[in-house]
Ligand binder design. Sequence first.
Ligand SMILES: [Zn+2]
Length: 219
Amino acid sequence: MVNDIIALLRLFESHAVDRETHGWVIALATDRSRWSEAYRVFDHIRERTLVAIAAKDVVRESQYMFEEICLKSLYNETAAQDPFDADSPYWIIKCAIGRARQIGMPVDDIIAVVEGRTELDVAAIEQQGVKCALQAGQDCENPYLNSSEDWQYLAWLRGFISARIPDLECARCGGSGQFTLRSVGGAGEYDGTKINCSCNDPMRGQQEVTQSASPRTDS
Ligand SMILES: [Zn+2]
């Protein structure tokens, strides 16, 4: 989410009529250690929002509204006792589109920024999963196990499964790499579904080391 916020702020950079608030928000977004200050910065911008609304200055108003929603979302990422509404991140794209319309920017520019970032991130995380599997790592090493963003967990697992060598002694798949889902107590919706096992041969890394370390005997 923060990557979306930063990418969108940069997209709007040359259109920011209030350079000062734009500078505050981008400086804060790019420095995680400052996210707890977002509430205070929000209050400062809120004052300007109210002035812009009273003056019917819609361009300023849409800039501030977007900056406000970014600050709310960043603040909620901290372990704050007084978070803003939980649906704040949902409004980021909506406010960005509203702002784009206000300044005559094609809405497709917003979508391109968000989607482009996502595809790159997914690919990078998949590569982390591939790397772990190739090093004979295990699926429990998924660093996104407790991530609030499911797509990160799944992207890592996808990469991991694509590069793993199933463990011949795996209790779930017996080394075939696939097992069949069986519902407990009768046929459920997914009963009989084939699942790619996420086991990885724990011996593989050792074998590779042994093989490369042993002297060649073939003539
Ligand atoms: Zn398995």
